[in-house]
Design a protein around this ligand. Structure first.
Ligand code: MN
Length: 496
């Protein structure tokens, strides 16, 4: 990989865009001069690969530039002002945000409910801190390349990074509708996170994959002929299920491979929705569908916007085969998710995704809370997409009223905007709140009414003899802190 690969991949950019990319590459190359990665390669190979992945998604020039520069603040002598001078405020801020996201670190908790809560908070924090969704995409591409080169690290880091990828990054990709990337990240993490399981499943799956692939190819040819007769222009692919998701599914079915119908699925891609149903009819006429396995995600899309028709049929020789039928547009959205909407060349067809966000009521009730912020995010994207400054101003407002701060141990705490150290203390424990004496933010003492900010590390100092007072009520935002302060103060009064 070298600059010319990137140049070729970014040929969709205009002249200024290409110039910006070139300039960013030269700057990054110079900044990382003489640095090597753990793999032994020159460091620039890493940002270059990250940029190329984003160019494959046809991202805008600013994103490619920020991707090339993404490690300069962290690892080189470059400072924010240098970037601002050379590349402007926006790109400098994007690079700074990417660097800040390094703080979001996953660590396993013993208690599983506690662990789940932590993971969800971390994901939210990630999105909140990113501010601009392009930064999340840079981070995902960064993680993708790091996972590809994970073998160069020590085994302890390998395991932690793989786990973090499974818990934070892959689900984020999923929520952003980037199904393919989710699968890629999971499969890259799998052997490091669960080496024994990975070993076992690889052995059993390989021969099965080969057998079914051969069979699926024959079916694909039959379908192609049939489509041609019906004058439907279509692409037919055989699609192997990702190993990690296969393993997950097998666990649900007593590891019985015969119950997995989508190990190799056949995907038929056509030009419009009408043809999707036409093809479905053609398949059902030819082969009998399994009851309850016909899924119309075109009429009722999945919460993350996914659209397709799925059906499972008794195919040739009684084998059970899954078909997925979709338009090119749905296909692109299923693979690239939100990124598909920023396709540089394709800024003006907004409707589908918005439709994709209309949820059926049951589904939306059950998972409303979990999905609310993703929906918001996507809706926001949609609005911005229709506005002129589409690329300029992709701020994430979903969490504008929440902040995420850390304990000195690195646990993340989710608080309302402009919460104070008093809120933080009561969030940790009422005893801590009741004996709050002082607070340090990022190592410095601050007054108790100090407004906390995203990413702050907050340390509480307690003393035996101090007590809460009613003045504190002016400085707290959380209901919990208010209630505890009042409780304490009124109890004191009645005692006197
Ligand atoms: Mn990096």
């Amino acid at each position: 990989m070298n600059y010319y690969n990137l140049k070729e991949k970014t040929s969709y950019l205009n002249k200024e865009g290409s110039f910006l990319v070139k300039k960013s590459f030269q700057f990054a190359e110079k900044a990382h001069q003489n640095m090597k990665r753990k793999t032994g390669e020159p460091y620039i190979i890493h940002p270059l690969n990250v940029a190329i992945k984003l160019a494959d998604l046809k991202m805008d020039a600013e994103t490619i530039s920020a991707a090339l520069l993404h490690d300069t603040l962290e690892d080189t002598k470059t400072i924010f002002d240098d970037l601002q001078k050379e590349f402007g405020q926006k790109i400098a801020e994007m690079v700074e945000s990417v660097s800040k996201l390094k703080q979001v670190k996953y660590k396993t908790k013993k208690d599983s409910i506690e662990n789940k809560r932590q993971i969800e908070t971390l994901r939210k924090m990630f999105v909140a801190m990113a501010k601009d969704i392009r930064i999340i995409l840079i981070k995902l591409a960064d993680r993708w390349h790091n996972m590809e080169t994970l073998s160069a690290l020590e085994s302890e880091s390998q395991k932690r990074i793989a786990q973090e990828t499974l818990e934070i990054y892959a689900p984020l990709a999923h929520r952003l509708g980037m199904g393919e990337l989710k699968g890629i990240l999971e499969d890259l993490a799998f052997p490091y996170a669960y080496p024994e399981e990975h070993n076992k499943i690889s052995k059993t799956a390989i021969s099965e994959y080969e057998k079914r692939n051969k069979y699926a190819k024959n079916i694909a040819n039959m379908i192609r002929k049939e489509l041609k007769q019906d004058h439907i222009k279509a692409e037919v692919h055989c699609r192997a299920k990702h190993l990690f998701s296969l393993n997950k599914k097998l666990k649900k079915y007593d590891m019985d491979m015969n119950k997995i119908y989508d190990l190799i699925a056949l995907r038929i891609i056509v030009s419009d929705v009408k043809q999707c149903y036409q093809v479905l009819g053609m398949i059902h006429k030819k082969w009998k569908p399994l009851l309850g396995r016909i899924k119309d995600y075109i009429a009722i899309p999945k919460p993350n916007g996914y659209q397709s028709l799925h059906t499972t049929v008794f195919c040739e020789k009684g084998e059970i085969v899954e078909f997925q039928i979709r338009t090119y547009k749905m296909h692109r959205e299923a693979e690239y998710g939100v990124a598909a909407h920023w396709h540089y060349t394709d800024i003006s067809e907004p409707k589908h995704f918005r439709n994709g966000l209309i949820l059926d009521e049951k589904n939306s009730k059950a998972r409303a809370e979990e999905l609310e912020w993703v929906k918001e995010l996507a809706k926001r994207q949609q609005e911005l997409k229709n506005s002129q400054d589409f690329f300029e101003d992709l701020k994430i407002d979903v969490f504008k009223d929440r902040i995420f701060v850390f304990t000195p141990e690195g646990d993340v705490v989710d608080l309302p905007d402009s919460a104070s150290p008093i809120d933080f203390a009561y969030h940790i424990h009422s005893d801590i709140g009741n004996h709050l004496y002082g607070a340090k933010v990022n190592g410095k003492m601050v007054p108790l009414h100090h407004a906390l900010q995203n990413g702050d590390i907050v340390e509480i100092i307690t003393a035996k003899n101090v007590k809460p007072n009613l003045d504190w009520l002016k400085y707290v935002k959380t209901a919990r802190a208010k209630e505890r302060i009042k409780n304490f103060c009124y109890k004191q009064k009645t005692r006197i």
